[in-house]
Ligand binder design. Structure first.
Ligand SMILES: Cc1ncc(COP(=O)(O)O)c(C=O)c1O
Length: 410
């Protein structure tokens, strides 16, 4: 997928538009699989939240991946994509018992992350095997919003509550078939990950009926040239060896599971926008584009970095630009970035636009959410249309307010 392909896509489908490269997704999937090829039973469950377009879910189904879901709606999208319920794991946080029961009824693996629901679910459905999410209290992840395994985090059952957890399991007679952790996103140091894994192994010894251990995800991908990334191959080598050793001790070949989102789809995505206005102030040159945090919120929400390229004029002299949106609040995508000289009407391409970009888009300012295009076999396939005015009105019911007319003071 080169610049010319992207420009053609922007011309054909308009801007802004999201584009995903199937080849990159497939190569990331294979890279992870190969890194763990020493493990006999490996399960890669794609984290649907990262990018939930049904065509992307179908692509993962074709790769024989499972899905990691956090809501009943994500589960249903997975089923709609044809994924077998037995290949879906559901890891919610703070949802109702009713929703968990409804998902269990669909035949999906349940993962429970608090003692209250565990006790209620176990008492009512002791026959349904359950995975438990442990909080190993390890600080990993690139940002406090995305670090979820630390001591103050709302996620998972604290390792300090294992005695209580075991009492619930014993009293209800429920079967714990899996044990899980997810320490956070953007893990830089694999030693921290391996350390957290040791805590998981230690915890696992308390359960006799395990079928799998799920190590979550959080692999860091590069955001610019030379950027650090999780060394998947080294992690694969070290964790596989340790996992095999643990299985021997445990006396059973367990399945090693992961649930990556970003690693699989982040780099496959590009977000294309058009420059509406170049505004030169006394201190800054702004490039104002036809989008904002309604379409891509990560820079504003987490301070995440997306490289931005002028694909209309890539060879121009580089200048410093602040790239901002058209929203009625500050919506800065990038400050003082070196980009090839931009003219109004140029198309800019944002990198790393596959994960948590479209899936976090909204209709703020009553703008339409952009279309999505899958670049597959050297061809552009439209996989979601741009929204229309009808989509903004859908579901709205005009109230009868005719009486107000009589209440206006003369
Ligand atoms: C429980 C769980 N699993 C997996 C993921 C996917 O993480 P990542 O996109 O960093 O791979 C997340 C991300 O928030 C998560 O909360």
């Amino acid at each position: 997928m080169n610049n010319q392909d992207l420009l053609k896509i922007a011309e054909e489908f308009g801007s802004p538009v999201y584009v995903y490269d199937s080849e990159k997704i497939i190569s990331q999937y294979n890279r992870l699989k190969n890194a763990f090829n020493q493990v006999k039973h490996l399960k890669i469950n794609y984290a649907v939240k990262a990018l939930s377009n049904i065509s992307i879910l179908r692509l993962f189904k074709q790769l024989d991946a499972g899905l990691d879901t956090v809501s009943i709606q994500e589960v249903k999208l997975g089923l709609e994509a044809g994924v077998d319920p037995s290949k879906i794991i559901y890891t919610p946080n703070g949802v109702s018992l009713e929703e968990i029961e409804a998902v269990a009824k669909l035949g999906v693996q349940i993962n429970i992350d608090n003692l209250s629901i565990l006790e209620q679910f176990g008492s009512k459905h002791p026959e349904i095997p359950v995975c438990i999410r442990i909080n190993p209290h390890v600080m990993a992840g690139g940002n406090t919003n995305i670090s979820v395994g630390h001591i103050d985090s709302k996620f998972g059952i604290s390792i300090h509550q294992i005695p209580h957890l075991l009492r619930i399991v014993e009293n209800t007679g429920m079967n714990i078939n899996g044990i899980h952790m997810h320490t956070g996103s953007d893990i830089l140091d694999i030693e921290v990950f391996l350390y957290a894994s040791e805590i998981l192994f230690e915890t696992a010894k308390n359960f006799k009926e395990l079928e799998f251990i799920d190590f979550g995800s959080g692999f860091k991908v590069p955001y610019k040239e030379g950027d650090i990334e999780t060394n998947i191959e080294e992690l694969g080598e070290k964790l596989s060896a340790r996992f095999k050793e643990f299985c021997k001790e445990y006396g059973k070949e367990l399945t090693l599971a992961f649930e990556p989102g970003k690693f699989l789809v982040s780099e496959a995505g590009k977000f294309l926008v058009r420059v509406n206005v170049i505004k030169q102030t006394t201190s800054t040159v702004f490039a104002q584009v036809d989008s904002g945090f309604n379409h891509l919120i990560r820079p504003m929400l987490y301070g995440s970095r997306h490289e931005i390229h002028n694909i209309s004029h890539p060879e121009g002299k580089e200048r410093f630009y602040s790239v901002v949106g058209y929203i009625c609040e500050t919506d800065t995508f990038a400050t003082n970035r070196r980009i090839s000289e931009i003219k109004e009407g140029d198309i800019l391409a944002f990198d790393n636009a596959g994960a948590y970009c479209f899936s976090m888009a909204s209709n703020y300012n009553s703008r339409f959410r952009p279309p999505e295009v899958l670049w597959h076999n050297n061809k552009a396939h439209l996989i979601r249309e741009r929204e229309t005015f009808q989509d903004l009105l859908k579901g709205q019911i005009p109230a009868d307010l005719s009486d107000i007319e009589n209440k206006v003071d003369e």
